[in-house]
Design a protein around this ligand. Structure first.
Ligand SMILES: C[S@@+](CC[C@H](N)C(=O)[O-])C[C@H]1O[C@@H](n2cnc3c(N)ncnc32)[C@H](O)[C@@H]1O
Length: 385
């Protein structure tokens, strides 16, 4: 693949976060022509852009590259179209990829039958004449989407879901998905150098995302990404790209007092009354290189409030429990918010009645899902000074 190759990359996101994903991707220099589509966004990239999007996007859950498109109304047309695709460039020889098919309003409607044909084609194209029976277990994923007889074929670029960033080694009792925390931070539109408080920080996911989104450079996760298995992947160029990014980040950190990047970094405040959760947050923020920007306390939220400067932003995911269990916390936190009108407040709540208890606007800015639960993002803007 040469650097002039133009690729279409589809980035999938959790339902409800499509518009924020568009914002997230639009800020990535390598992603061009970001377009909102069902379930996510489509972007144009060159091969380096695949790395840029997969490693920089904070909201994308999975990414896949389009390797071909054609129309088919019969199985013969499907097989002929599949036979022309450049499989050997995208899938490791002798791999048996998982094939996922969706058919909508098309002559070819039976996804199981389509899947069988595609699997047979892929198998035939990737087999090794010298070692015909040497197939590995699934190491890659192929997506076939047939809509109104138009067939689009893509291969997975990300591998394991991207919210598994490998940065949060300590996971608390009710951890928030990293991509969701990133969405909250993006929705809050933190100004450069913001002061950010999570009064119920648990393992520190919100603070971690707020710090990482301000730009601490890319960090490849240990397990890697699906694109690293593509036969057309250029490992040396990838290593050089990572090194160049690290060099830019190091320069920004070294000249901390002087650089714009350092000035843009938020100051983070977190507390949790559970000392074990707080210890997890400390470890996670340390791993992410953010501890120097963070003040953490194992205490009730009310004990940290005085440290948080006027005009700060709260981003937090409150305890979900039944109202009877969390009523006292919500009442006390509601009183604090009523006193601190200077704070811009973004809260993920398990139920609209919690917004009532907190006396903040009860209409969710966004409806989301966290670990199978329906939750809402509620916003109380700061009062104008
Ligand atoms: C839903 S969890 C937050 C999870 C966190 N966002 C994460 O990703 O790990 C709510 C947290 O609030 C903490 N908490 C409950 N009551 C508190 C209080 N009065 N003061 C401080 N923390 C409290 C709990 O210990 C719990 O860790």
């Amino acid at each position: 693949m040469n650097s002039a190759t133009r690729l279409k990359l589809f980035c999938a996101v959790s339902p409800g976060l499509e518009a924020l994903l568009q914002q997230d991707l639009s800020a990535i220099a390598e992603a061009k022509h970001v377009r909102l589509v069902l379930g996510g966004c489509e972007v144009q990239v060159d091969p380096v852009g695949v790395w840029g999007v997969v490693l920089r996007s904070r909201l994308t859950e999975s990414a896949r590259v389009r390797i071909g498109a054609f129309s088919a109304r019969t199985f013969d047309e499907l097989t002929a179209g599949m036979a022309k695709l450049p499989w050997a460039a995208w899938l490791p020889r002798c791999s048996t990829p998982e094939v996922r098919v969706s058919c909508t309003k098309s002559k070819l409607w039976h996804s199981g039958a389509v899947q069988e044909r595609v699997q047979a084609q892929v198998h035939a194209r990737l087999s090794d004449a010298k070692q015909p029976n040497s197939f590995h277990p699934p190491a890659a994923r192929v997506y076939v989407r047939i809509d109104h007889d138009a067939v689009r074929v893509s291969v997975d670029a990300s591998g394991e879901l991207l919210h598994r960033r490998g940065e949060r080694t300590a996971v608390g009792r009710a951890p928030m998905r990293e991509t969701l925390a990133a969405a909250v931070v993006l929705a809050a539109a933190l100004p450069a150098g913001a002061h950010v408080w999570d009064p119920f920080c648990g393992s520190g996911t919100m603070l971690l995302e707020a710090g990482r989104m301000a730009g601490v450079g890319v960090r490849p996760r240990e397990g890697g990404y699906a694109f690293e298995l593509w036969p057309n992947h250029a490992p040396d160029a990838y290593a050089a790209w990572l090194a160049a990014d690290a060099a830019v980040t190091d320069a920004a950190v070294t000249d901390a007092a002087l650089t714009e990047a350092a000035a843009a970094m938020p100051t983070l405040y977190g507390c949790d009354h559970d000392a074990k959760e707080l210890e997890g947050a400390r470890l996670n923020l340390e791993n992410a290189g953010l501890l120097a920007h963070t003040t953490l306390r194992a205490c009730d939220f009310s004990e940290m409030a005085a440290e948080v400067p006027a005009g700060a932003t709260i981003v937090s995911n409150l305890p979900y429990g039944r109202r009877a269990d969390v009523g006292d916390v919500f009442r006390r936190f509601g009183r604090l918010l009523a006193k601190r009108k200077d704070l811009d407040v973004w809260l993920v709540l398990g139920h609209a009645s919690h917004a009532d208890a907190l006396r903040i606007p009860p209409k969710a800015a966004l409806n989301l899902r966290n670990g199978g639960l329906r939750v809402g993002l509620y916003h109380r803007p700061a009062a104008r000074a």
